[in-house]
Design a protein around this ligand. Structure first.
Ligand SMILES: Cc1cc2nc3c(=O)[nH]c(=O)nc-3n(C[C@H](O)[C@H](O)[C@H](O)COP(=O)(O)OP(=O)(O)OC[C@H]3O[C@@H](n4cnc5c(N)ncnc54)[C@H](O)[C@@H]3O)c2cc1C
Length: 425
């Protein structure tokens, strides 16, 4: 990744010169301006503010009003491994940030290092999962293959007919809305300006390489612009004559009524993992690891947990549906059946509510974290796909560290936006 420009960009105060501009419009300057108040933007703001930078974050709704607030709250982590790569940094680094929010900074984010049980239904899934566990263990990761009996000692509600479980004890869970809002609150506490109900309607790069960012009531001039707009990054790219290949993928979930505690781990299933290993399914316009292709189901994916409020929540489908966030009842039904194959008690529990959100998928499945080389002083943190809640905190920190030091961490080579962002104008 090319080195970012040093942060000491001097930003000229720009007067409001347009006679047509609404009289309520004000002009504000910002050293660093972040578009998007999801987990990626909030974490970037927090870490930049902690490093002493002048940061403004603009969010068109409330903090965590999109994917970062509606996700399952599952935090993936399997250890640093013998040779920590981008994935190890994103997951293990994020785990430490979640722990710090709850244990050191005093935010109640309902964090719990519960561990995860990954259910094995068939002989083929067993062979695949056994090989995967052996590979991960050989590379220093903290995973184990449990018999069905061993797994039921940890999670009594599991179906005795399962052939076993992959156990990931480091995996955790937290309330996604509370955790994302805690990052934004910690950013504000460190001096960042967090502006909600503030939709960015246009962005232009000026001759001095600063950015003119318009909202309904304010205009901002930013020395450095950071795009953290989740599934809407492509729209912001278009305003700047760039093609940012991030596609919205609909994820959907359902919940039972609140119940007394009966589920202790996060739960997932080996079916999709094995299917995607054999055929990730991506092409020049389709991201990998989707449950549907051309409207037809390819596999069943499953993740879920019981929240602190008692709801049992599950989801899994990942479908291209544009910006449609209406849940598909047929997919919810398939997911409910899949979950009940893992936890038979769910056959007796009806669905109390459903919802959906949009995940930012890149076409190669890897995140985009770093400088967009076609424009000076332009950065992005996105493409966190289906695991951006668990990886977003460290994604924001890695970008903040790169901006602060001018030296991107070497693992960010695997997330370099230069590999896929192109110019359209
Ligand atoms: C149903 C579902 C379940 C999931 N489960 C999990 C899980 O269990 N674990 C996990 O790790 N991940 C999970 N994910 C994925 C995870 O939620 C996302 O990867 C992550 O939240 C993406 O964060 P983000 O900050 O990049 O995007 P977002 O959270 O979408 O934030 C982007 C923000 O930018 C704002 N924005 C966009 N355009 C503008 C504009 N023009 N002006 C101002 N603001 C703008 C939006 O309003 C939004 O708030 C799930 C996702 C879904 C939908």
């Amino acid at each position: 990744m090319p080195h970012p420009e040093p942060l000491r960009v001097s930003v000229m105060y720009v007067r409001c010169q347009h006679a047509v501009m609404d009289m309520r419009t004000t002009m504000t300057e910002a050293e660093l301006l972040i578009i998007g108040g999801g987990v990626a933007g909030a974490s970037t703001a927090y870490h930049l503010a902690q490093d002493g930078h002048d940061v403004t974050l603009l969010e068109r709704g409330e903090i965590a009003s999109e994917a970062s607030g509606v996700n399952a709250g599952a935090i993936g982590a399997m250890g640093w491994g013998n040779a920590p790569d981008l994935e190890a940094y994103l997951t293990m680094g994020s785990l430490e940030i979640f722990q710090s929010l709850q244990l050191d900074l005093g935010y109640d984010i309902a964090f719990r290092q519960s561990g995860c049980l990954h259910a094995i239904h068939t002989e083929a899934q067993y062979d695949y999962t056994r090989d995967r566990v052996q590979y991960l263990q050989a590379h220093g990761h903290n995973v184990a293959l449990l018999t069905s009996r061993e797994a039921r000692n940890l999670e009594p509600a599991l179906n005795p007919a399962l052939l076993g479980c992959m156990y990931m004890p480091l995996r955790a869970q937290a309330d996604p809305k509370h955790a994302t809002r805690a990052l934004a609150a910690a950013a504000a506490r460190s001096g960042a300006r967090i502006r909600t109900q503030c939709a960015v309607s246009s962005v232009q790069q000026r001759h001095d390489d600063t950015y003119l960012v318009e909202t309904a009531y304010d205009t901002f001039v930013a020395g450095i612009l950071i795009i953290a707009a989740g599934a809407w990054c492509a729209e912001i790219g278009r305003w700047l004559g760039l093609h940012i290949p991030i596609t919205p993928v609909r994820g959907q979930m359902w919940a039972t009524e609140p119940l007394p505690p009966r589920l202790f781990h996060t739960i997932s299933s080996a079916e999709s993992a094995m299917d995607w290993y054999h055929a990730p399914g991506n092409d020049h316009e389709t991201p990998p690891h989707l449950t549907h292709q051309g409207g037809v189901r390819r596999t069943r994916h499953l993740y879920g947990r019981q929240t602190r409020d008692g709801e049992i929540i599950f989801g899994g489908d990942r479908q291209l549906a544009g910006y449609n966030t209406v849940p598909d009842p047929a997919g919810i039904e398939v997911n409910h059946t899949h979950a009940a194959e893992v936890l038979p008690v769910l056959t007796t529990l009806s669905i109390a509510r459903t919802w959906a959100g949009l995940m930012p998928f890149s076409l190669d499945g890897a995140p985009l974290i770093g400088q967009i080389p076609q424009r000076r002083n332009l950065f992005i943190v996105s493409g966190l796909a289906s695991s951006g809640f668990g990886r977003g905190p460290m994604a924001g920190k890695l970008l903040a560290d790169a901006l602060h030091t001018g030296q991107p961490h070497t693992v960010l080579v695997a997330a370099d936006p230069a590999r896929c962002v192109t110019t359209t104008a």
